[in-house]
Every structure is written in structure tokens, then in C-alpha cells.
Design a protein around this ligand. Sequence first.
Ligand code: PMV
Length: 359
Amino acid sequence: MEDVVYTARGTPNIALIKYWGKRDEGLILPKNSSISLTLDGNAETVVGKAFKLYTTTSVVFSHKINADFIYIDGELQDLSNKAVRDRFAIIDILRGIAKTNAHAMVVSKNSFPTASGLASSASGIATLAYIASNALDLKLSERELSILARRGSGSACRSIMGGIVKWEKGEAKDGSDSFARQLYTHDYWPELLDLIAIVSEDKKKVASRAGMAQTVATSDLYRKRLEIVDGYAAQLEKAIEKKDMDVMAEIIMKESNSMHAVMLDTSPPIMYLNDISREIINAVHEINTASGKRICAYTFDAGPSPHIITTEHEKERIVDRLLKVEGLQSLLLTKMGKGPEMLQESDALIDKSFAPMLK
Ligand code: PMV
């Protein structure tokens, strides 16, 4: 399979039950299980800058190159830096499984702003795990792929499959039972929507990897979170089974607030939300109160831009309200997607002489 360029695209996921904190830093094993929606990359722009939510990645393994080269959005990654090398450790892991010493050329581009809290690392690492294992013809199962993606970035393990996905925290020391599994396929709840309100495109100030380690080390409130979060996950699973938006919205919002509360309880405090984020929180509660039941929920990852989970039926009035929020930069609409998919040769980002095509 060497010397052939393979290309795929994958998408981010949005966590409804959040992963924040590791029990093993090296193997990326989480303190709690998490649940997410894998997003459809083909987002519609309601207002503002048009984004799609894809990471497209081309990979070739070859003996004709004398080192690994990884380009992300046109930038050559510095593999002499340990943190960067760790992020791409899956290349070495795959080489070991395939018993090859061929080097890899990887060219990846995001159709959305990198590191702005839109889960570019999840999308990027999941796509890389998927396409690099295909390039080496390894025929890994989804479970194996998710374990592999986990080694690059925890949340990436959930972007290996589409629909509603649970990352089981596992108990084993070697991480063999810490993998993602699909709870429902992308078409389980076609009405379900995700409105992404982009309030800033700045790169985040605290990387999630460092931030969560700091929370585990310094937050007292974090211990309380660990007592309740698995209960939230169980309640959410029941609500999803019943397609009960009212209960689901309550859990999603409490859970997002719980994660941001332990961030604030970290020393020094980690603050991802801004004034516009808080205005949207208030707007969502206002809509729910006026409706007499919860018809929408906000959830924030490590950034200020909320995802607002709702249903098709309620879309218009929520969009109308969000458009009144001053400082809103873009509003995107998407739903659940199918996870990574192979692309054609014509979509490759590496040409036949293995030169990156940074188009
Ligand atoms: O896997 P990382 O380092 O990108 O961590 C991401 C953690 C959150 O996005 C904040 C929550 C989650 O579960 O996705």
C-alpha cells in the first residue's frame, strides 16, 4: 500500500457529556465517560462567514521520503517538539502495527478556524487515524480506530463514528477498554439540530490538554463533578432513548455549566466564556421559560462559541432570537453526520511527487 496517496475527510463532534481530566496522561485515559454528537460537515450558514466543518487529510507512506512531514493548514508541524510529536504519535503506532519503516507525508486542512474551540483536534486526529490506517491497509475495527485516535487527542476517539457516540472511560491500566462506541446512527433522530453560534475566531488561550491537567491538580470542585457526571450520562442516555428534549436540554446545560465551573475553580482559573457567551446562555433560558418547557440547550467546549441543540420544529424562533445577540459573528446550522469517509484521488492534497498541494 506504500507510495499511494490516500485522502479522507472527517468532522468534529460536540460533547453533551464532557471529557475534562485524565487518569493517565500518556495513554489519554479519561476520568469519566463522555457522550457526543458527531457533526455533519455540510453545515449551512445562517448568517456570517460560510464555514463547512470538515478536516480533509491526505497521507502517503513511502521510503522515498527521509522523514515524516505533517502540514496542517499549510503549516509544517515541528516534530522536534515533544508535544507536537505526542499529538501525532499515532503515525508511529501504526508503523509498528504495519511493521514498516516508511515515512509519512501528511497534509491536512480544516474548513473552519483551527483551535478556536470548534474541536479541530478531534476532527483532525480522527481523520488522520482513519486515513493513515487505511493507507497501511490495516483493516482496523471502529473500536481499534477509536483507541488509536484517543492516543492523539481524547475527544478524537468519538469522531471515528457518526451519530451519537459514547466514549467509555474504561478501567484497564493499558487503556484497552477505553474506546468509543456508537449509541445511535446519524439518522436516529433526524429532527435534532445543532446551531453553532460563533462569537470569536481567536485561538484559545489555554489548550485543553494543559487546562484539564491543571483542573485535576488544583480544583476541589472537580472531585464533586466526578461523583455526579456518570449519573448525568445515564440520565442523558435515557432521555435520548425517549427523544425527550425537555430532560435532555436540562442535563446538557447543567453538564456544560459543571465543566465550566470546575474550570473556574482551577488555579489559576480557566475562563473560556465571554460576555457574548453569557448573553446566549441567558437567551436560551429566556426562550425555554417562555415556551413552558425546554426546547433548546447550550453547550460549550473549550471556547466561547456555544452549540445550541434543538429540533427542526423550534429552529426559527431560536434563530430569530440568536440573530439579535450583538457580537454574534456567524451562525451555522448542522445535524448529526456519518463520521469519516474516503475521498477520491482528485481530492488529494499531495501530488504524485509527494509534494503538498496547499490549495
Ligand atoms: O481531546 P481534547 O484535548 O480536545 O479535549 C477536549 C475536551 C472538551 O472539548 C472540552 C470536551 C469534550 O469532551 O470534547
